[in-house]
Write a protein that binds this ligand. Structure first.
Ligand code: FES
Length: 135
């Protein structure tokens, strides 16, 4: 039943519709079409535009991930989540700085890369500083 309907549309109704369209013989003929003739062409032109778009869509450049919105640009990108655990008791020096800008080459320890990042971007990030109380 469905195939019969589709077959009828393709074999009978579509050719009849196309035959009635005011398609000009030349490109210049489009300039001489009336408004009502253009309106009759609109559905066909819309379908052709859609088919053209769907055809070239796989070849269009993909939207890039907004790299600017990423915080972590290169640290342990193979991991779904970067987690670092450090026992407070293991702190040896009086001050330890941990990176919060994700630009440190010694992550999770701050290497002052945030200074360059802040200069380039106008950001204001800085490290987390753990201070050991010296009694
Ligand atoms: S290097 Fe990242 S906070 Fe210092």
């Amino acid at each position: 039943m469905v195939l019969e309907s589709i077959s009828r549309i393709i074999k009978v109704q579509l050719p009849a519709y196309l035959k009635k369209l005011p398609l000009p013989e030349t490109i210049g003929g489009f300039a001489r079409l009336t408004v009502s003739e253009w309106l009759r062409l609109l559905p066909l032109l819309g379908i052709l535009a859609l088919l053209g778009y769907l055809t070239i869509r796989p070849f269009l450049p993909k939207k890039k991930k907004q790299r600017d919105s990423l915080i972590n640009l290169k640290i342990q990108k193979e991991n779904p989540k970067v987690v670092n655990e450090i026992d407070i008791e293991d702190l040896n020096s009086a001050n330890v700085c941990y990176c919060r800008c994700w630009r440190s080459k010694t992550f999770p320890v701050c290497d002052k890369s945030h200074l360059k990042h802040n200069e380039l971007t106008g950001d204001n990030v800085g490290p987390l500083i753990l201070k050991k109380k010296i009694l």
